[in-house]
Design a protein around this ligand. Structure first.
Ligand SMILES: *[C@@H]1O[C@H](CO)[C@@H](O)[C@H](O)[C@H]1NC(C)=O
Ligand SMILES: *[C@@H]1O[C@H](CO)[C@@H](O)[C@H](O)[C@H]1NC(C)=O
Length: 457
């Protein structure tokens, strides 16, 4: 394509975009920092203390679980020659259920989950759970707070390999992280809201309050999956509080980014570097992935309670449902493996721990409400996508993340996008799959944020 033609397209699009999107200076909406999400009768009655907490696998829960694992109805055999293409391969179920019942050591796993200090504190009527790990550092090393945010179906457990790495002094860096990793309200050990309207923006408010409670008015954020969605809102609502933002699912729905994404479909070189173009285009490939792998999202976003019944009542069902997501979002082509490639980078205990976080707390249906509360028109109407944020930001873009967005588009939202790492490996669960690479990238990012703040004082 000739330079002239290119320039012409850019000029025309620029003018159209200017008319379409100018004149509406976005204002940051106000969210009530004291909105109450617990039972009304408890208003004003909950203390603000920070209480130590321990994960407990109750005997009665284990007994009931083992009974259910043993007494499941027969599963229909998989279709001939089919691996994970139709969902979790039922031919794989028995060995997993037997392992869970007989080999998964509940005592040991409970101790494993308790390896970090856990706490709970009441915020806006919700009993919020979090892990807090302070690093041990030499005197000249600064400790900086990092709010570390998980997603679904990962749970707090997907962060377990990264937490000790992040909270350790790393050679070559003059800082180390104090990690604060909350469970999203409704997920595992954090209490769910009792009334509708508690979505990603409202969660962002809760997390901001948590950091204030812990004494941090300035901090860094790392997020993936829903953690990234919540992080996006936090950097939008609280640009003065967030010192820097690292996301391993960096995307934006900013209308200019959407427009350029469409234009790029005709001329990718306008928006994305050549060697990364196939992560974004053709758009038909992206739509196909949406149709094939995101049915769960539509279900959670519309009727979470219904699927929640089945997942709450059957550990086999919960496991199959969760594992299928781990399989396809780690590597899309693992659907052609009979075992779903589940143990490619995770152990059996890694994955069953994640399921146990939901099962032992009976929280799968309250967790998946996040889709219904966040993906609808209610949240869209706040216009948060359109509000650019000045918070220095860094994206870790793994090769097999379902969606990729080029930095040129991300900059409409993240005006100070310091850098992106386009990794040639890894899937959706970076902290869980490649904790060392993940941690190094977070350290590099925060080093760059610090330099940016030095320069922009
Ligand atoms: C589970 O682990 C604990 C602690 O390591 C050990 O004492 C116990 O024997 C194990 N139980 C089984 C059934 O292997
Ligand atoms: C951004 O990342 C690239 C590739 O890793 C690297 O060469 C460059 O130095 C980075 N820039 C900054 C400001 O960190």
């Amino acid at each position: 394509m000739g330079m002239l033609k290119k320039s012409l397209i850019v000029a025309v699009v620029g003018v159209v975009a200017w008319f379409a999107f100018s004149g509406k200076p976005p204002t940051i909406p106000h969210f009530d920092p004291e909105a109450w999400w617990g039972p009304n009768e408890l208003k004003g009655k909950l203390d603000q203390s920070i209480r130590p907490f321990k994960v407990k696998f109750e005997e009665s829960m284990i007994k009931d679980l083992k009974y259910r694992l043993k007494n499941h109805r027969p599963f229909n055999p998989p279709l001939e020659g089919v691996a994970f293409e139709y969902g979790f391969n039922t031919g794989q179920l028995d060995s997993w259920l037997t392992y869970w019942r007989e080999k998964y050591n509940f005592t040991e796993r409970e101790a494993f989950l308790n390896q970090f200090p856990h706490y709970k504190t009441y915020i806006q009527g919700l009993d919020l759970h979090f892990i807090r790990v302070k690093p041990e550092v030499p005197e000249n090393v600064e400790v900086v707070p990092l709010l570390l945010l998980h997603g679904w179906p990962g749970s707090i457990r997907e962060l377990y390999k990264a937490i000790p790495l992040l909270a350790s002094h790393r050679p070559g860096y003059k800082f180390a992280f104090e990690v604060i990793a909350p469970s999203i309200p409704g997920f595992g050990f954090s209490q769910a809201a009792v009334r509708p309207g508690f979505g990603v923006p409202e969660m962002a408010v809760v997390y901001k309050n948590l950091m204030t409670r812990l004494g941090y008015d300035k901090f860094y954020i790392q997020g993936g999956d829903w953690g990234a969605s919540i992080g996006d809102v936090m950097v939008t609502l609280y640009p003065d509080a967030v010192l820097g933002y690292h996301s391993n699912m960096i995307l934006t729905q900013h209308s200019s980014a959407n427009l350029w994404m469409l234009i790029g479909a005709f001329m990718p070189s306008l928006v994305v570097e050549d060697h990364l173009a196939d992560r974004m285009y053709p758009l038909s490939k992206i739509f196909a992935v949406m149709m094939e792998e995101f049915g769960y999202m539509h279900l959670h976003a519309t009727k979470p309670e219904t699927v929640g019944v089945a997942l709450t009542d059957s550990p086999a069902g919960l496991m199959a449902y969760t594992f299928q997501a781990f399989s396809c979002f780690t590597r899309p082509d693992h659907k052609h493996k009979v075992d779903g490639g589940l143990e490619y980078r995770f152990t059996k205990d890694d994955l069953l721990d994640v399921v146990m976080v939901y099962w032992s707390t009976n929280s799968i249906s309250t967790a998946i409400r996040i889709y219904a509360e966040s993906l609808g028109s209610r949240v869209k109407a706040f216009g948060l996508d359109e509000i650019p944020t000045p918070v220095p930001t860094w994206g870790l873009q793994s090769k097999y993340e379902a969606f990729y967005m080029a930095p040129s588009l991300l900059r409409y939202k993240f005006t100070n996008l310091i850098n992106t790492t386009a990794l040639d490996d890894g899937g959706h669960f970076m902290a869980f799959e490649l904790p060392e690479i993940f941690t190094e990238d977070v350290y590099r990012a925060v080093q760059a944020f610090k330099e940016w703040h030095q320069k922009n004082k």
